[in-house]
Design a protein around this ligand. Sequence first.
Ligand code: SF4
Length: 285
Amino acid sequence: MSICTICPNNCAVDRDKFSGACGVKNDVVIAKYYLHPYEEPCISGKNGSGCVFFAGCSLKCAFCQNYQLSHEARGKIFSVLELAEIFKRLENMGAHNINLVNPTHYTKQIIDALNIYRPNIPIVWNTHGYEKIETLEKINDYVDVYLTDLKYFKPSRSKRYCKKEDYFEVASKAVKFMCDNKELKFCGDLMVKGVVVRHLVLPQNVDESLKILEFLKGVIGEHYLSVMAQYTPFGKLDNLPELTRKITRREYDLVVDKLEELNFERVYLQEMQSSGTNFIPDWDF
Ligand code: SF4
């Protein structure tokens, strides 16, 4: 029996039989794997990032652009051996890295697959940031690059958008762990070790963005910040009227002004035109 407490939800369910808050059992469900061109330039490079999109999610934001995966667990079941073969296939296709998209609830299976086949390209842990330190300690030796979100600051805001009042309390510690436990290293234009902390600016939430930036200034050190303007209304927003529009130029400029005031060293800034659904992949399974 495997009682799952891998993420801060601490469901303590036997995932051989039941799913917890992440919505999936121990079987690895994948919706797509391919060479993805739309990550930050140091991750996607020329060939693309070898993304594996896992189904299920331990956070489940109401506006998730991958709603069918995160909330509805769309995808096909793969064994751990098949997951290891996917890593090898992506590497042979020319991927610059193996990018594990929303991996937390499959930590054990991913470690097992990496013990079967360890690619000769960096492993990217692409997470929403709602992570236990004990879980990060388990995965840290397998991971080269953390690509993590830091989404919300106030408990009331994270409760409103993902039903978790403790998001910042948990994710801020996780981001600090990631930044403290990786040194930044590039090979040409590609990040081979390090951290990229992403923050998505939400409509009517500039106050949140400013607080997040103030926090990150103190912990990010040599690592990269990626400020994203791509928010597009998606998902179940019936009770969230403020999220039914894109961000405005004025909102984004306020965030960019704060970035300049805080003098971050290494920043990716998205263009406002990045907003839209054309960056969301078609799911294969
Ligand atoms: S990984 Fe899933 S089952 Fe396990 S604690 Fe988190 S939400 Fe619950």
